[in-house]
Design a protein around this ligand. Structure first.
Ligand SMILES: N[C@@H](CCC(=O)N[C@@H](CS)C(=O)NCC(=O)O)C(=O)O
Length: 221
């Protein structure tokens, strides 16, 4: 079986898939689509993902899988070990709900296409664009914190003592909030405690944006 992950070092959505693959011990060749150079809009990549976003996962000659949550769910169904969803439906709903706060609410409104629209169509300056991103990234983390801090299912990780899809999505959100938009995360202590636990696991740590071969050598990018 061959797996090709179309992604980009800086992409938080790619981070999620990279981490899930690593947790499950699945090898994939990563093909870098340089979002800063607009390579997502090239015809060659549109043939893989007509939405012009990464990630996309191509398995053998099959049609590309797209959208990070759909890919995570596919990996969970086809490579169930280690499990990244709890067994009980209520627990699964909680994990998916926590994941979606990052994936569906926080991340979509800070992506390059949104920032480019703010810049070129609405003429929002760079400082204000960064405020926008920092604000919405932190809002999502606060939404996750609101659950984690008070719900008894929270353990060493978001749901119990082993990582789940929720932790993968939490980690992607924290990496973006801290590294890209310098958010003050002191108000989300449970999120940050769990982020720390995630980063002790190689699959999370080695998948980090700045540890990828296509990343620049310094964080100033
Ligand atoms: N909801 C999608 C988000 C995909 C997405 O927006 N990816 C970003 C990088 S993290 C992208 O490729 N953006 C290209 C652009 O904004 O032009 C997912 O989770 O896969």
């Amino acid at each position: 079986m061959t797996m090709k992950l179309y992604g980009f070092w800086r992409s938080l959505a790619t981070y999620r898939v990279r981490t899930a693959l690593a947790l499950k011990g699945v090898e994939a060749e990563e093909i870098s689509i340089n979002l800063l150079q607009g390579k997502q809009f090239a015809d060659a990549y549109k043939a893989v993902n007509p939405q012009s976003v990464v990630p996309a996962l191509v398995i053998d000659e099959g049609p590309p899988l797209f959208q990070s949550m759909a890919i995570l769910e596919y990996l969970e169904e086809t490579c169930p070990d280690p499990a990244l969803l709890p067994k009980d439906p209520r627990g699964r709903a909680r994990v998916r709900g926590l994941a979606q706060i990052a994936v569906a609410d926080g991340h979509p409104i800070i992506t390059p296409k949104v920032r480019n629209y703010l810049e070129t169509e609405l003429h929002v300056d760079e400082a204000a664009r960064n405020r926008w991103c920092a604000h919405w990234m932190l809002k999502a983390l606060e939404g996750i914190e609101g659950h984690l801090a008070k719900e008894p299912e929270t353990g060493r990780f978001c749901h119990g003592d082993a990582p789940t899809l929720a932790d993968i999505c939490l980690a992607s959100q924290v990496l973006g909030a801290k590294n890209y938009f310098s958010c003050d995360t002191s108000g989300v202590p449970t999120v940050m405690r769990i982020f720390g636990a995630c980063m002790e696991i190689d699959a999370f740590d080695h998948s980090q944006p700045l540890k990828q071969p296509d990343a620049p050598r310094s964080p100033a990018h």
